[in-house]
Ligand binder design. Structure first.
Ligand SMILES: *Cc1c(COP(=O)(O)O)cnc(C)c1O
Length: 371
């Protein structure tokens, strides 16, 4: 493994930030790597592969239909294209040539986020025009409904920690609005862990990122009602071609989903056990207080919250976060609250030895400052 780092002069990474695209997201289990390898080494009738794996996944998840795409962003773009093009052959081949008249995609304003790229860019790729409902800090079912016009093609709901959470309608309420207006509901649940609940809440299409919670290869999953998933699949002959998924991604993700549903996950309690010596060590440092915090979105994920008293440490937490990326190992944390002197360590992809390296690095940097 070190040879690749040496050959290309790459920096070694300790990932205490969670499933982050900028670090390569996740490291799939050996069975998934094997499935990717099998995919690489054989030919298939690709339509057959897409259809059969889709049916297999749909059965596993007890949903009407499923298909593998290249990533969740591609899933959003192709879902939007799907609800605009439907089964029109003309539009499939002329999506961005002949603009679709009724192309408005309504989403709560607080869901118009940047997940690493803007949601609106994916909507535009699919030929849609985004229309925001409600306000930055609230969107009720009535406010969502008020944004619907005869030009509306679908409702888009982003289920994510990136979004505004308070005073926000839930997926079931959005589904009710969609039904009442005879519109499809698309849910982007890219990083979510539950592969069934949004479909069960009434979404017509639900999109997941293959490498995040599911820990598959770079890929995406779209599940939903039969008609809509078929329309997504048709996009292989339209915009989907620019975001083609390969046999290795299809087989790797299918395998990863199967394991994801059956394999025991590292529990929050296990995460706490792993991080406790790390937290205890940090608490011996001057100006540092560490504790266990639980995932704000309610998932069974425990993280180490590390709070720096900048008056004592003498270093801005944002600068410390930067410095931690510059050592022998590039150490990445969740830095969303660095401006409040707080960082979080997500230990799911970190070994006990790596936690020790992190502790020593933090302690070194603080000693340099305090010396
Ligand atoms: C990660 C993420 C995406 C994009 O997923 P990719 O598979 O990387 O394209 C989209 N939406 C949300 C909310 C995300 O968290």
């Amino acid at each position: 493994m070190s040879s690749i780092y040496e050959k290309y002069h790459l920096k070694q990474v300790i990932n205490a930030s969670g499933r982050m695209t900028i670090l390569g997201v996740s490291t799939p289990r050996p069975e998934v790597v094997e499935a990717v390898n099998t995919g690489m080494n054989h030919y298939f009738e690709m339509k057959d592969l897409v259809n059969k794996t889709g049916e297999y996944i749909a059965r596993l998840l007890d949903v009407e239909a499923a298909t593998v795409v290249s990533c969740a962003s591609a899933g959003i773009a192709q879902s939007v294209a799907a609800v605009l093009v439907k089964d029109s052959d003309w539009l499939l081949e002329n999506l961005h040539v002949t603009p679709v008249e009724n192309n408005e995609i309504v989403l709560p304003k607080g869901h118009n986020v940047n997940f690493g790229a803007p949601v609106g860019t994916m909507v535009a790729l699919g030929g849609g025009r985004m229309v925001e409902a409600g306000y930055a800090n609230e969107c009720s079912a009535a406010q969502l409904a008020a944004a619907i016009t005869p030009r509306t093609a679908a409702i888009l709901y982003i289920k994510s920690h990136h979004c505004v959470q308070k005073s926000m309608l839930n997926v079931a309420q959005a589904a009710e609005v969609a039904r009442a207006h005879n519109l499809p509901l698309i849910v982007d649940a890219a990083a979510e862990e539950d592969l069934q609940r949004y479909y069960q809440a009434g979404a017509d299409l639900v999109i997941y990122s293959g490498a995040k919670a599911i820990e598959g290869p770079t890929s995406g999953l779209v599940i939903g009602r039969h008609k809509y998933v078929e329309w997504v699949k048709r996009q292989a002959g339209g915009i989907g071609r620019a975001m083609k998924v390969g046999k290795e991604g299809i087989l790797g993700l299918t395998c990863a989903i199967e394991h994801y549903l059956t394999a025991a996950k590292e529990s929050g309690a296990e995460m706490v056990a792993k991080m406790t010596p790390f937290i205890d060590a940090l608490n011996t440092l001057n100006g540092v207080s560490a504790r266990v915090v639980w995932d704000a979105a309610g998932r069974d994920i425990a993280r180490a919250e590390i709070k720096f008293d900048e008056a004592t440490t003498g270093i801005a937490t944002g600068d410390l976060v930067q410095a931690l990326k510059q050592g022998e190992y590039a150490i990445y944390f969740r830095g969303y609250k660095a401006n409040e002197g707080i960082i979080e360590a997500d230990v799911r992809s970190v070994t006990a030895q790596q936690l020790d390296i992190i502790y020593r690095r933090i302690s070194e940097l603080l000693k340099e400052k305090q010396a």
